[in-house]
Design a protein. Structure first.
Length: 170
């Protein structure tokens, strides 16, 4: 078999892969969300622990979700923390800030803004439980949570949260 004929299918396959284009963005969608940096103090009251969830792509992050019609961002944060962690005995102490994400969903560009609150877990005996879609959920020491968190913007808000917790200014 001549060499040219044998190589041509490989070259054509290479062209298809390299020249493949993503679908054109036809719509921009805004998705407002809210969540919380959930903390508790260790029994000796000297250290802070942070609750993180591990999503289906193995990224550690905070509990958060979409704001439902008629719901405030603060109400969403409490609802989502309850749904995603099972923690019901929490207190929203203050608003920490907002973070922005953007990602592509087929032919849509999704612009997500997440309102983030500082939330204290009040019941030291309440155990977090994960939802089926999660790969994990657990309490981290503050330093380990900073190392584990996947998003730099959340990491910055965690540092603000730590300062507020230590100073009692919330």
């Amino acid at each position: 078999m001549p060499t040219e004929l044998y190589k041509e299918p490989k070259l054509e396959k290479f062209r298809q892969v390299v020249l493949r284009k993503k679908p054109e963005i036809k719509e921009i969608v805004r998705e407002p969300t809210a969540g919380g940096i959930v903390f508790r103090m260790t029994p000796d009251q000297h250290d802070i622990e942070i609750l993180l969830i591990q999503d289906s792509k193995d990224r550690w992050t905070i509990p958060k979700g979409h704001i439902e019609p008629g719901e405030t961002a603060k109400q969403t944060a409490v609802r989502e923390i309850g749904e995603e962690s099972g923690l019901k005995n929490v207190d929203v102490l203050t608003w920490l800030g907002k973070i922005h994400f953007k990602y592509r969903r087929l032919e849509k560009l999704v612009l997500m803004t997440t309102q983030v609150y500082l939330v204290q877990s009040l019941d030291k005996n309440e155990r977090p439980t994960k939802e089926k879609w999660m790969n994990g959920i657990r309490w981290f020491s503050f330093a380990d949570a900073l190392d584990a968190i996947e998003y730099a913007d959340i990491e910055k808000l965690m540092l603000i949260a730590k300062r507020k917790i230590r100073s009692g200014e919330y």
